[in-house]
Structures are given as structure tokens and as C-alpha cells.
Design a protein around this ligand. Sequence first.
Ligand SMILES: Cc1cc2nc3c(=O)[nH]c(=O)nc-3n(C[C@H](O)[C@H](O)[C@H](O)COP(=O)(O)OP(=O)(O)OC[C@H]3O[C@@H](n4cnc5c(N)ncnc54)[C@H](O)[C@@H]3O)c2cc1C
Length: 302
Amino acid sequence: MYDSIIIGCGPAGMTAALYLLRAGKKVILLERESIGGQVAKSPRLENFPSITSIAGEDFASQLFDQITDLGASFEVENGMEVIKKPNGTFTVKTDFNEYEGKTVVLATGCEHKKLGLAREDELVGHGISYCAVCDGAFFAKQDVIIIGDANTALQYAISLSDICTHVQIATLFDHFFADEILIERIKHIENISYRHNLASVEFLGENEIEGVLFEDTQTKEKVTYKASGVFICIGQQPDNERFKGIVDLDERGFILANDKMETKTPGVYAVGDCRRKGIRQVITATSDGAIAGVEIAKYLSR
Ligand SMILES: Cc1cc2nc3c(=O)[nH]c(=O)nc-3n(C[C@H](O)[C@H](O)[C@H](O)COP(=O)(O)OP(=O)(O)OC[C@H]3O[C@@H](n4cnc5c(N)ncnc54)[C@H](O)[C@@H]3O)c2cc1C
């Protein structure tokens, strides 16, 4: 019987483990892919206080070493189902095993939606990014393209216009799906341009991004924009449907949790990018993990 079963071994889940282990609790982390979650895919993490620059993979493995040194158990397994038992404890079923726990932490993160073009994965960190907050500074005084049509895309455009030479927005449909106030703002920023009805065809550049080839969906005209950065901003998707019975999800599939990270089921917590929240970053994921760790320790000593 574990004090806590943590599903997801990204920054949020590992920080929850850190706080629980330091409170003397018995913890297991279940991870279906590899340690670190999204941050392990970040070539450079440069916005975590006191760390000037670190490879995301190194950040993840240092945190993993920290928790395994403190005694965390870890299995590479896919968390499939959480079942609440009559005595208030939980069974977590994975693709291989079943685990018993007094509490469960859902730390399953989310994924940025991909365009699905050739070489998209290999060019991440070589000009392709899904996060202007994370990577915008790497493109200072350069031209960038934003692919997307909603609020986040326009917010990225506005913030990048302060540091980049030129920001080109490309949308697939014939209008923005964003707040009017943002649409008005981008129209008045000199170094932002936009064009609608553009389908992405191909990333240009061998090892580093040099631009994107689009096709106008109405005229079939080929349109090339040169840039050293491409921000793909077409949404994020969580994978929480399997936990729908035990927690409430919002319309986009993010878990609803309060500011103590509690879900609707006492003993089940949700932390990090998998929950409904405003800012999805390493610092907010670790903050959630810390809060959950402290709250779970209190819950266990009731
Ligand atoms: C390329 C890239 C660069 C980034 N750069 C920065 C940056 O510079 N600064 C910054 O602050 N943020 C950055 N971010 C965002 C940051 O990485 C995330 O906000 C953070 O990792 C969220 O942590 P998390 O633990 O909530 O979720 P995640 O990191 O998504 O981790 C969740 C983990 O849960 C696992 N999982 C999911 N479902 C299951 C299941 N059913 N069973 C078992 N395991 C499961 C996943 O495989 C994953 O490993 C970046 C993101 C990306 C993609």
C-alpha cells in the first residue's frame, strides 16, 4: 500500500513526489513514456529561477535522481484506470499491474498539437517551437512565423513583436478565432503581418528552419515566408478521458482541481499541465506539485 501513486513523471509529478518523500511518505511514480515529460524535449530551459540555462533533459534527470535518492519507486507503465474502493483507498490499474494507494496524483501533462508535416519532430529546437514564453528570446532580432488563429497565437505575436524583427501570422481559415481586442491590437503593430487561408505545406531549411512553404486554400497560390523561427500554436491536448469517472473534466479535457489541487474525489489530486489553469510552464507545474505534496501529507494524517 503506497501513501501516494503518482501517474506521470514530469516536473509536476516529480515535485509532488519530492514533497511527499521529504514528509516520509511511500510513493510510486508511473510513467508511460520516459522521465521528464515535456521539459525533457526542451533544448534549453532558461526561465526557471536561479538556473541560467539547462538542457531540459538534464533538469528532468536531476529531479529524477533527487527523488529516487529519497526512495521513490518508479515503473514504466501506462496508468489506465483509478478505482475508488469502499474504504476510501484506491486501485490504479496499468497496462501491466495493479497498485494500491491511499491517495492518487494525476500528473499526466498535455501535448501541443502538431501540424503533422514532415520533419516537424526533428526540427523542434532547430527553429520549431510550440511555446513563445519558453523560446521567444532565442529569436530576438530575427523574423518568425506564427501558425495559428486563436488568442494564444495572437498573444504570442504581440509579445514576439517586442523582440523580433518581424512576425508573420498564418491562419488556415478566413478569420481569427480570437478576442476582438487582440485582433485590433495586432492590426496596429507595425512589425506584425497576417494572412488568412494558408495551409502549411513544408518546412524549409536543412538542419535549421529557414521558412515555411504555404498554399493559399482559395487561389492555390504557393506562398513562402522566410524566418528562422516557427511557432506552431494550434492548441494543446490533454489525455484524461480515462479518468473521467473519478475527476471532472472541462470541455477541452483538462481536469478541474481547486487551489489545493483537490479534485471532486477526496484523495485524488491533479497537478501541472493536465489541469485547467492559465499558465503551463515548469515553474507552475512544480508549484502545483509542491502544493499537492503538502496537502496530501495533511490528508494522510487526518
Ligand atoms: C519543446 C518544449 C519546450 C518547453 N520549454 C519550456 C521552457 O523553456 N520553460 C518552461 O517553463 N516550460 C517549457 N515547456 C513547458 C513545460 O515543459 C511544461 O509546462 C511542463 O513540463 C509540464 O509539466 P507536467 O509535469 O505537468 O506535465 P508533462 O511534462 O507533460 O509530464 C506529464 C508526464 O505524464 C506522462 N503520462 C501521461 N499520461 C500518462 C498515463 N496515463 N500513465 C503514465 N504516464 C502518463 C507523460 O508521458 C509525461 O511524461 C516546454 C514544453 C515543450 C513541449
